[in-house]
Design a protein around this ligand. Structure first.
Ligand SMILES: [Zn+2]
Length: 272
């Protein structure tokens, strides 16, 4: 039966899914965006990279993970001055994704994992994971795929800024689908640096995100020019290896019964 080896959630029949619930694979929801990524990359970067990493992870996980159809849109109003970008209001994004995670929980899957490819979705998926855990009997965690590749990338990178349509993302795209990368148009975007705030999305003490048309002509942050497919392979393998480790950890994570420490009755009918 294909059910034991299939790693795409929606390639299973309902009867095969029913059987899969008994094995308790980690159910992964990739989240991305449809967003400008400079003149050299298509709008699907965040979606394509996150989904590719998730699918390869689940493929190698031998039945321990199932990947849901991904979310291809995200919080993006700050990129709207660049043609093509699609914006979803954060409240809508959270509500939509929560409906998905709660549906998965409803069927009996106990471990859910959001894997994000679009930086601006990060605070939203953190909230979705928390709310899913607090409002269902399942556990939900959230992460970007990039932190899992960070150390490996640090060892091969040639540029300091890791942000957007940069050496990191361009390299990974070159590894996965070089025919869609227009390296002759790859450029560098200015990093706007203050003492505490920076347009570099990796290390600011103070978080701030402006309309990107105010600080970049290309739609790039960082420098895409040193990107190579070889670096992309390093990133891809590190991200997949790290996520595979986490799948094992998350699958084994205890789902303990809640305990009520009140000595007097609580108002159980309150709904937040
Ligand atoms: Zn991106």
């Amino acid at each position: 039966m294909a059910a034991a080896t299939e790693y795409r959630y929606n390639r299973l029949t309902w009867a095969e899914l029913d059987e899969a619930i008994g094995r308790q694979p980690v159910v992964i929801l990739p989240t991305g965006s449809t967003e400008q990524h400079g003149r050299h990359l298509p709008l699907d970067v965040d979606l394509f990279l996150a989904e590719s990493v998730c699918l390869e992870t689940a493929k190698r996980a031998n039945g321990k993970a199932l990947v849901l159809p991904p979310i291809g849109y995200g919080l993006n109003l700050h990129h709207i001055d660049f043609p093509g970008t699609i914006h979803i209001e954060p409240e809508v994004f959270i509500a939509f994704c929560l409906n998905i995670t709660k549906s998965v929980a409803y069927h009996g899957f106990e471990k859910i994992f959001l894997v994000n490819g679009h930086g601006s979705n990060q605070p939203l998926i953190d909230l979705i994971a928390r709310r899913t855990t607090l409002e269902t009997s399942s556990l939900c965690a959230a992460a970007g795929y990039f932190p899992f590749a960070r150390d490996a990338f640090d060892a091969v990178k040639e540029t300091a800024v890791m942000a957007h349509a940069d050496e990191f993302e361009t390299s990974l795209y070159l590894h996965l689908a070089p025919e869609r990368v227009q390296m002759d148009l790859a450029g560098a975007g200015d990093d706007v640096m203050g003492t505490h705030v920076s347009s570099d999305s990796t290390n600011p003490r103070v978080r701030f995100n402006d309309y990107w048309s105010r600080w970049t002509d290309l739609g790039v942050h960082g420098d895409a020019r040193p990107a190579t497919a070889e670096k992309g392979k390093v990133i891809f393998e590190a991200a997949v290896a790290g996520l595979l480790e986490f799948i094992d950890e998350w699958k084994a994570w205890p789902l303990a019964a809640r305990r009520d420490f009140h000595t007097r009755p609580v108002q159980r009918d309150i709904r937040w």
